[in-house]
Design a protein around this ligand. Structure first.
Ligand code: PMV
Length: 336
């Protein structure tokens, strides 16, 4: 059997930073995101009879060369395969050959691990069960991959990850379909280089920041306010809150030990531009994940303006326009 799965990256408006349980990947706080229509991982998994054969190939986003994944990265995927086998309670093993490609740069703050691991959760579980797992279980499984935010790429549209009390109650669900709000995430890419420190390492040290506790206290209010702004589709209030949230995460990251500075000078230049444009009544707001690239959130009516404006900026290498979209999907099933 050979299957094809597609899954989107997601951008968090309320972010996950810090793990209260690093084995079960349980977060300290709820988070809230939107799936990205043009940041997609597509994987094909071929089930092989030889259960010792476990191969993964990745198409490099820049060179389009197909590279075999080796060592720790491969081991992590094989470990995840065994975790899924246990989760779905199956006895028999199978071999696999995975081919993965992305239409956006990986490891640069555009959640490529979320799209990859959510696709893998769906793909492996389908090959074990020969049917789809219920969405809630799939989301739990994606969370257990280690890239917790992968759980938010499973449901459709705008997605809430509740921190839950334990592993069974920490999962993501859709709070609104993609059509609910015509938001745009214009990813302003200032660098396509892979970051040096991954979010996994970042989560482990979050508590060493003196601002972490303050962030958690502040989040109670921010979460209440963002829910309200989302319900009312109050874009300016919503935008103000997502910026506040991104800054709060990065203040923690920059003050943890060892400190993590994901931003570059170019990131700051772009942030300043976005703030300046608001003075001219052009309402866009920034959010930034674990990388130096900027996600500019605007409304559909302003997309063209921002696209043209930032096309002329020397700092920007590339832009990706994203709309809210559906979550991970099984795309094709071929029996040999
Ligand atoms: O799910 P991880 O371990 O890749 O961490 C995600 C961390 C952020 O992207 C910075 C925040 C988030 O909630 O997506």
């Amino acid at each position: 059997m050979k299957i094809k799965v597609k899954s989107p990256a997601n951008i968090a408006f309320i972010k996950y930073w810090g793990q209260r349980d690093s084995h079960f990947i349980l977060p300290y706080n709820d988070s809230f995101s939107m799936n990205l229509s043009h940041c997609i991982t597509e994987i094909t998994i071929e089930r092989l009879n030889d259960d010792h054969k476990k191969e993964v190939f990745l198409e490099d986003y820049l060179t389009k060369k197909v590279i075999p994944i080796q060592q720790e990265r491969l081991e992590k995927i094989i470990d995840y395969y065994y975790l899924i086998k246990k989760f779905v309670d199956k006895k028999d093993d199978f071999g696999f050959r995975i081919f993965s490609k992305n239409n956006f740069p990986i490891k640069s703050g555009i959640a490529s691990s979320a799209s990859f691991y959510s696709a893998l959760a769906l793909g492996f579980s389908y090959l074990f069960m020969e049917k789809n797992l219920p969405e809630k279980n799939l989301s739990i499984l994606a969370r257990l991959s280690g890239s917790g935010s992968a759980c938010r790429s499973i449901p459709d549209g705008f997605v809430w990850w509740k921190k839950g009390k334990n592993s069974k109650t920490s999962y993501a669900y859709s709070i609104a379909p993609p059509k609910y709000w015509d938001l745009v995430d214009l990813v302003l890419i200032v660098s396509e280089k892979e970051k040096i420190v991954g979010s996994q390492e970042g989560h482990q040290k979050a508590l060493t920041s003196p601002f972490f506790k303050l962030r958690l206290t502040d989040l109670k209010r921010r979460i209440k306010e963002i829910k309200d702004a989302f319900l009312k589709k109050d874009f300016e209030k919503f935008g103000q809150l997502i910026e506040e949230e991104a800054l709060s995460l990065h203040f923690v990251a920059m003050t943890q030990i060892p400190p993590l500075y994901y931003w570059s000078g170019k990131t700051i230049e772009i942030i300043k531009e976005i703030v300046y444009l608001r003075k001219k009544n052009r309402f866009g707001f920034f959010t930034i994940d674990a990388g130096e690239n900027i996600h500019l959130i605007c409304q559909k009516k302003d997309e063209k303006f921002f696209f043209q404006y930032f096309s002329q900026k020397k700092e920007i290498k590339k832009m990706i326009i994203n709309y809210p979209t559906i979550g991970a999907r099984l795309w094709e099933v071929k029996e040999n």
